[in-house]
Design a protein around this ligand. Structure first.
Ligand code: PLP
Length: 436
């Protein structure tokens, strides 16, 4: 047969439409995705010219993950070196240096006494594992009634079953499943604004809700400081702190989902750092491997792990085939070294400043409700749903890859994006706000 590379873009799209599911898409496919041939630095190279463009500056970091850009020599070398030793072996009964080193690094980097690391293969599974850890902890210490979860409205934690139950069942993507999913406890979404003074009434209601449901709550699970795919909203770290205090007071575990925010995106290595909070369980993914490979991790404290070990079934009954994948572990280790060897806080600040400057034009524009920037994340909220076709056309004409959703045009560029490319991304966001 022919190598895939020899397909023309037209042939490829015909096969794509017929056989390939894309995220949140029907089958057979209806929208025409852009065919990417390669990616290097912060640029995606298309297989053919589209709206007069062959190369696009990436404003999305492949959904928060490619923080160092693409085709990075250090990450390539890590992958190549590990590939020559072993790309994968089962993790049951075997162990290896890439996974052990990565776990030790994660234990060191994550706050407080988070030190037991479960390496899985996607963010959704990392959340499933976190939930399982919490439920099993309570079961093992003789409190099996504590098995519900509490979260905020407007959140997003993934597309598998338990994570869907803590996405917003009303406004969010998974409303189709309300009635079928486990029924969780929902607090109002936190009032918006990272720098806004905390709303005392809201804080009191949050604490009251934790107290009222504590007898049945295994855990509170939230995205700290940034609610991402549920609506791209920033909030005060005070709300995360209040949850930590309420969980301590009422003996409920706190899970922080840092899958989108982890590894510097908000300006702190972990968003929990803005709040000075140590959760009982933390989930990371996305940028963990610099966007190279599919890997996520769930990190818990000794308290959670020791609780599980005391149970009648003393093991955490979870073991994905590709758990601790050596290739992904090696690249993740290299990606973390690369991040920490650079002045990443300055890079993130610089990208954020560039977005802030470039988005001034959008702030007063017709149809724009709000512009907000935190860390290396920029969001333009419109007063209407974005027309995705018109948005893609406007962005591509401006030479940028963006993927708006609902009423939001947003960007989270690789940290290494040069100033002129950040300006280009912001200009493309303004163009989308005008034209879509
Ligand atoms: N949690 C958060 C906060 C996320 O943003 C995402 C993905 O967007 C997930 C979980 C799910 O991760 P994955 O898509 O790798 O399953």
């Amino acid at each position: 047969g022919r190598a895939p590379a020899s397909l023309t873009p037209t042939e490829l799209l015909a096969l794509d439409r017929r056989h390939v599911w894309h995220p949140y898409a029907p089958m057979p496919g209806i929208a025409e995705p852009l065919v990417v041939e390669s990616a290097s630095g912060v640029r995606l190279r298309l297989a053919r010219e589209v709206y007069g463009r062959r190369e696009l500056v990436d404003g999305m970091s492949s959904w928060w993950s490619a923080i160092h850009g693409y085709n990075h020599p250090v990450l390539n070398e890590a992958a190549r070196g590990q590939l020559g030793r072993m790309s994968h072996v089962m993790f049951g009964g075997l162990t290896h240096e890439p996974a052990v080193r990565l776990a030790e690094r994660l234990a060191r980097l994550t706050p407080g006494d988070l030190e037991h690391v479960f390496l899985s293969d996607s963010g959704s599974v990392a959340v499933e594992v976190a939930v399982k850890m919490c439920l099993q902890h309570w079961r093992s210490v003789g409190m099996p009634g504590k098995r519900r979860l509490m979260t905020w409205r407007g959140g997003y934690h993934g597309d598998t079953w338990q994570p869907m139950s803590v996405c917003d069942p009303e406004g969010g993507m998974h409303h189709l499943w309300s009635g079928a999913l486990p029924v969780q406890v929902f607090a109002e979404a936190p009032p918006p604004g990272f720098d806004a003074a905390p709303d005392e009434g809201y804080l009191a209601r949050l604490r009251e809700l934790v107290g009222r449901h504590a007898h049945e709550l295994a855990a509170v699970i939230v995205e700290p400081v940034v609610q991402g795919a549920g609506g791209m909203r920033f909030h005060s770290p005070a709300y995360v702190r209040a949850l930590r205090e309420a969980c301590d007071e009422h003996d409920v575990l706190l899970v922080l989902d840092e899958i989108a925010t982890g590894f510097g995106r908000t300006g702190a290595l972990f968003a929990a750092g803005h709040a000075g909070v140590v959760p009982d369980v933390m989930c990371v993914g996305k940028a963990l491997t610099g966007g190279y490979l599919s890997m996520a991790a769930t990190v818990c404290t000794p308290r959670v792990a020791e609780g599980i070990a005391r149970g009648s079934v003393p093991v955490l009954a979870h073991g994905p085939t590709f758990m601790g994948n050596p290739l992904a572990s090696a690249v993740a280790g290299a990606s973390l070294d690369l991040l920490l060897s650079q002045d990443w806080p300055a890079q993130v600040r610089r990208v954020g400043d560039g977005l802030r400057t470039g988005l001034v034009e959008a702030a007063g524009a017709p149809g724009v409700r709000e512009v907000s920037v935190l860390g290396a994340i920029g969001v333009v909220r419109l007063d209407h749903e974005v027309d995705l076709t018109a948005a893609t056309r406007a962005a591509v004409r401006a030479g940028v890859w963006l993927r708006p959703f609902r009423d939001m045009v947003y960007a989270m560029p690789p940290y290494v994006t040069a100033d002129e490319d950040v300006a280009r991304i912001a200009a493309a966001m303004c163009a989308v706000a005008r034209e879509a």
